[in-house]
Design a protein. Sequence first.
Length: 281
Amino acid sequence: MLSSAGIVCCALVCAAQPPTAFEAVSIHRNLGGSNGTEVNMTRGRLVATNASLLTLIRHGYDIQNYQLANGPSWLDSDGYDIAATTGNGEETTIDQNRSLMRALLAERFHLRAHWETRQASIYVLVAAKKGHTMHEAAPSETPGVITNRVAHDGRIVGTNVPMSYLCNRLSNQLSHPVIDKTGLSGKYDWTLVWDPDPGAESTTPSLFTAVQEQLGLKLDPQKARSRHSSSTASCGHRKTDRPKRVQPLAGRRPSCPSVGRGSAGQGSLGRCRASCRRCAG
């Protein structure tokens, strides 16, 4: 009886371990020419639309564009549609989602990264005098952030997300760390519209003005340069590794990281058009 109880306890502990990689992954190049990008991860499922490798790296390593060095030229030009799942449907934490993304990047894009510390000036995000004007999100809303940016037209829409998501997007636009000092701990819906290249003929405000007028927040630059821990990832992915088309592979895990795996589809390694190092030998 004691031995049997021990086995049952062990099985329960093992079953509670979080997934370390996606069980099924499908990757396709997005050739639709859309400027919009969307990445959502919830309950062990990743859905990405027109996401560049740079966007995926940002999600997996919790860094911004300016913190990434030595990437290939196509890092932010090629968009991918990705569907991936762990298969168990259980809720995952932000840290677990990042770990799953890093595993996908390493297996499918051959990404290698290391970390450095650099000195950087920062911005502090605080509430404006009249307080924030964002709307508290409904718990039933699907969380996510959509970013669009073209000449003289920048737009970021956040749905049911904490302040850390806003700080990350602002940091990416400003190329400097943005530290949250608003004291807001909830999740919010917000829309930010600004002109990335403000001039005399601009019809929308600068990013600093938009943050204050549209969100009721304020970006304060730190007066003195301070030491800030900045993560820098070096991408070791070669241009020839870029997956041009991904065919799902049925039945078994493929040796080629550029081929989708899982039960869907009837693709094969012979139909993989990507010149990755495993296919090319």
